[in-house]
Design a protein around this ligand. Sequence first.
Ligand SMILES: [Zn+2]
Ligand SMILES: [Zn+2]
Length: 724
Amino acid sequence: MSDAGRLSDTVLFRCRRFLSNLSKNRAVSDFFLSEIPQMDSLFQKELDFFCYFAYTESVWIPKIFVSAAGADTEREAYHLNREPNRKQPAAPRGSKPQRGGGIPLSAIGRKIMPAELVSEKLEKRERKKTKTEAVQAPAVTKIVSAESAQQPAPRTAGVQKAQPRNERPVRAKTPVRIIPLGGLGEIGKNMTVIECANDMFIIDCGLAFPDAEMLGVDLVIPDFTYVERNADKLRGIVLTHGHEDHIGGLAYLLKKVNTPVYGTRLTLALVEAKLKEHQLNGKVELNIVQPRKTIRMGCMAVELIHVNHSIPDAVGLAIHTPAGVLVHTGDFKVDYSPIDGGIIDLGRFGELGSRGVLALMADSTNAERPGYTPTERKVGESFDKLFAAAEGKRIIIATFSSNIHRVQQIIDCAEKNGRKVAVFGRSMVNVITIARELGYLTVKDGTIIDIELMNRYSADRIVLITTGSQGEPMSALTRMAMGDHKKVNITPQDFIIISATPIPGNEKYVTRVVNELMKSGAHVVYERMYEVHVSGHACQEELKLMLALTKPKYFIPVHGEYKHLKKHAELALETGMQRDHILIGQIGDIIETNGIDMKITGQAPAGRVLVDGLGVGDVGSIVLRDRKHLAQDGLIIIVLGINRGDNVIVSGPELISRGFVYVRESEELMEEARNRLTDALERCAPHELRDWNALKGRMRDVLSDYIFETTKRSPMILPIIMEV
Ligand SMILES: [Zn+2]
Ligand SMILES: [Zn+2]
């Protein structure tokens, strides 16, 4: 915004809101003093901002002066009043603001902002002007740093007695609320709401995969009720990275509330592909944001910080709020020799820590594992050895499609060994295409070949990259193992590497696939045997490093089951944090902090919403119970025809069963069941045949008693009465 003198509507709105807050008459000047750093954050980059109180007609009236930054040789301030119509007309671009429209600063009698601070701000602006490509420092810290320049003492309570303006006691600030809607006490469907005053934004919106109990359910997403109820406050969604457990629920949320989405380039490219599947492409505002840049979310600002993870372009977040700075690590690890994208921005985390972090939310996935997570390069070294060992054989490597660094290492190894690469599995093909287009994957021309051309190369000149490292039943690797893949037939000439660890719950699928591959005579290498996989999450020493760098006042372990959160909390205790400053939350907790303390102040609706095909949330516990019942004991349908006129049974009872017994081998049982039902119906008086609900209940009871007696099974019984 360089139009001199022109205030954007948002800024006007904020100023007015600020004024109306001021007029709520508490010790007005105190209020102003505590608010000014936040105001500065609101208007950084765009505006200079001053406020003073005029003593008119025996009352103090707050006045705000705002001037556009950038065009001022001589500072021009514009008087902003309470009436909306007093806005100055927009000055043409580049022209000097109109004198007389505002009052020059020199004319202001009572400036609350100390002169030193003003001059320091001006000096800073000058310095900034000289840096052309300067990265904007996050807003809130600007004033803070000006303060600490005057006074080197740390900004803790009661230390700053030397300066009169710091004599005021530490006061409660506008509280900020942290509301986890997923990812706490569970693995997956990560989602957190951050709310302050009239503004709210969301960090991530992921999915989880159903557990064995959820029959027929495709995926699980968070409960969006709280977001829907507060949709008017919603300013946007920030994504930390492109894994399913962080972006998988996004399309479902955007169908309910359409709001801008922010993230790094790769993350948004992956999101775009998802939106297409949901016919949402072009309907959602996607904003690419670079690490170290800041997104404004109403009265809050979110800064992206580069981290290492098992997908490129992952970020953690620093959230600058009126109550203080919150740091959310996202999924992270520390890789000192990353394949691409640079080492995690430890410097920035440290900087934030030394300026004061109110609360840290950190990834707990690997909190149980001691030591450090090895670098991704370790896997490359293992590949080198294994490629040598696989001499003369065809190599098949299964891994996560999103692990582009892993794919890069496979491709590098293939190129080094003069092998061509063929790609299998829809998600693998998609991700590799996107990553190549965006330059996240470097592949020589001719390395990747069409799978149709695969047979032109001998076994020792080819590498197949495939999905299915989790033994997913429909994946390419599983189909190869089961012998029903159209293009690939497993033989003893195959050298297979499963470059992943089974996600808890998937072990049995992976084992089955490994067994089948081995039965075909193939050589199979999986994680326990060689270092063909490293985790994307920080282990204990890295977690302590993050705590040490950010030095948070409060700590909330996130992303993990309860045992992981608990372990992470213990690590924080080891680093010297106070027990009562660590909060293990649950999804739905409304965690509130005003800068002085932090507590759970309420509950938001939270839970799991099951997605089955096109149905979202229509599979509830009753449906699940029925599915489980059907799956375990099967179904018997009783069909009965009744003439409504004279209430006479005209056909049936007929019995149809599914998943209960094989009828041809149990004719006797079914025959006897039918006889029992017929007997019961014959005993019914004509009036009893009129109440169909009672009749259905009676048939159900008779049949289930008999079936249980003879088989000790309880199939679902479904009586159907037809009017004839
Ligand atoms: Zn992740
Ligand atoms: Zn994750």
